[in-house]
Write a protein that binds this ligand. Structure first.
Ligand code: MNH
Length: 503
């Protein structure tokens, strides 16, 4: 498939001017300039937090213009819920997602809705995220987590603080590489990030910069960055090709890579072509660790700042796990409160912080804003998750009880969307939640977390978000209580935040 050039109009309108007949009713920042638009004072390294600032100023739907390209942003709960209507709206592949197409092509995350490889890969790979598949990954996830504990034990013994985002990235990269592809990057044996991570961060940052520097200028302003990006992409491709080659000559264990290489579509018998396998492997290596690493890092930050919450979570781990050395698959799902801590962290900082929705046909958004077929809007999840009409006046406060089952039931549907929405929502949701809950449980059981009192949360952006320079001091806890849980939690009814369905 030919990539759309920056100047041609790709699918969906490049500028909202064309797709929103009554655009003038949507507010934009003051001091708009001819030609350049709203770029004055814009923070080009932190475009998300920049847009959050404008969103707070301008309200639940607003627009910003970057040179000739105008973008509509949405964060109000009612508007976002309307955009979740799958009969009228669908995923829009634009901005950061579209900028990743040179790397990820028609892989699951970046495929256009009507590209045949989306449905094919989705149907082939979905069983890789079933309950049974997850239970199979569990022991491998534990193995990787134990390497993290070894490392943190050593840091703790040496009185050194731990590098939270750095070590969470090692953990999640090793987890997806091991469970998905039978590969070991050796991250914990390295003092610096694996070159795969450095190259990946480079391409994500480049894709983000291209959002705010439009086509005609980008070739000029980003020339050196584009050259470095070529090098990064070549490295990613090489890594993946080596990995696939090794598997073709060796034996797998029924993991994701085996499914990509061996499995035929259950109805049509079709298989993924080699070039598409390469796209999928890159997609899963990147999508499968970057966001989970951020989610774990934010959760650890909030736990360190809320000792009452940490104590409650720790009490739950002790009660449910007792002193079993290796908690089983089933024991992870029973950490209800730890899971709420994670949900609440993903509420305040959903680590894939935006998703785009386009009109399937001419329609009117929330009965107010007409949209032509193909017109689209970007949902700013961190602001949606702080809409006072949904979350109350104290929406900025960290409070895991917001995810207590009764509170979830009482809330409007489609207002918590850290994993996106509809048919193109995250396929790895259960994988991420299981991995993160397991790791938080293990860490809470082993350590008390002590923050650096001088640290103020700074959020770095590279399409995803992650806390910058977060370091924590650890204290080893006394051994957990002997007796395993005598009275396990009775599972309560919980609504799925993505589909609104009840478990
Ligand atoms: Mn994930 C899609 C967030 C973990 C693989 N993921 C999405 C989307 C969001 C998202 C949001 C939808 C984007 C869009 O609409 O444009 N994902 C997350 C978060 C975490 C996460 C916040 C962790 C926390 N994702 C994972 C993991 C994997 C994964 C782990 C793989 C093991 N995600 C994907 C893939 C897609 C996706 C693949 C694209 C699915 C599709 O379009 O069919």
């Amino acid at each position: 498939m030919a990539e759309t050039t920056a100047t041609a109009l790709p699918r969906g309108f490049r500028s909202a001017r064309l797709g929103w007949p009554q655009l003038d009713r949507i507010p934009h920042p003051p001091h708009r300039l001819p030609f350049v638009g709203d770029v004055l004072g814009a923070d080009r390294r932190r475009p998300l937090q920049d847009s959050m600032r404008y969103g707070r100023l301008l309200g639940p739907i607003f627009r910003r213009k970057y040179f000739s390209r105008e973008i509509v942003f949405v964060w109000g709960g009612r508007l976002a819920a309307d955009l979740a209507d799958e009969s009228r709206f669908a995923k829009h592949v634009g901005l950061g997602v579209a900028n990743l197409r040179p790397m990820a092509g028609d892989g699951l995350f970046t495929a256009y809705n009507d590209e045949p490889n989306w449905q094919l890969a989705h149907d082939i790979l979905a069983p890789g995220f079933s309950r049974e598949a997850m239970a199979g990954y569990h022991p491998m996830m534990l193995d990787v987590a134990e390497r993290l504990l070894d490392r943190w034990d050593a840091e703790q013994a040496g009185g050194r603080p731990v590098d939270v985002p750095g070590d969470m990235t090692k953990l999640t990269l090793e987890t997806i590489a091991r469970t998905g592809f039978g590969h070991d990057f050796g991250s914990f044996e390295r003092s610096r990030p694996h070159p795969f991570v450095t190259a990946m961060v480079g391409t994500l940052t480049f894709a983000q910069r291209r959002n705010v520097i439009p086509g005609p200028l980008s070739s000029l302003l980003l020339r050196d960055a584009a050259r470095r990006n070529e090098v990064d992409m070549a490295y990613l491709n090489r890594t993946v090709d080596d990995l696939v080659r090794a598997r073709r000559t060796g034996a797998g264990s029924g993991d994701l890579l085996d499914r990509m290489l061996e499995t035929a579509h259950p109805q049509t018998g079709e298989r993924l072509a080699p070039e598409n396998v390469r796209r999928q492997v890159i997609t899963f290596l990147v999508a499968g660790h970057e966001t989970t690493s951020g989610a774990l890092s934010f959760a650890l930050h909030y736990l360190s700042r809320h000792p009452d919450v940490a104590a409650r979570a720790r009490e739950e781990v002790d009660r449910v796990w007792g002193d079993v050395a290796r908690p089983g698959y089933e024991q992870v799902a029973r950490l209800r409160y730890v899971r709420r801590v994670l949900d609440e962290s993903l509420r305040l900082w959903p680590t894939a912080p935006a998703y785009a929705r386009e009109a399937r046909d001419d329609t009117v958004l929330d009965g107010v804003h007409p949209m032509r077929r193909g017109a689209w809007a970007l949902v700013l999840t961190p602001l949606l998750h702080r809409d006072p009409e949904v979350w109350g006046a104290n929406a900025e406060r960290f409070d895991p009880d917001r995810f207590e089952a009764g509170a979830v039931r009482a809330r409007a549907a489609h207002t918590f969307k850290p994993f996106g929405t509809g048919a193109r929502a995250c396929i790895g949701r259960q994988f991420a939640l299981h991995e993160a809950t397991l790791v938080l449980g293990l860490l809470l059981r082993r350590y008390e977390l002590r923050p650096d009192p001088a640290y103020r949360l700074r959020v770095a952006e590279r399409l995803t978000v992650i806390p910058e320079d977060l370091r924590l001091h650890l204290d080893r806890r006394a051994a957990p209580p002997r007796a395993p849980a005598a009275f396990p939690d009775t599972p309560s009814e919980v609504r799925c935040p993505v589909t609104g369905a009840r478990d």
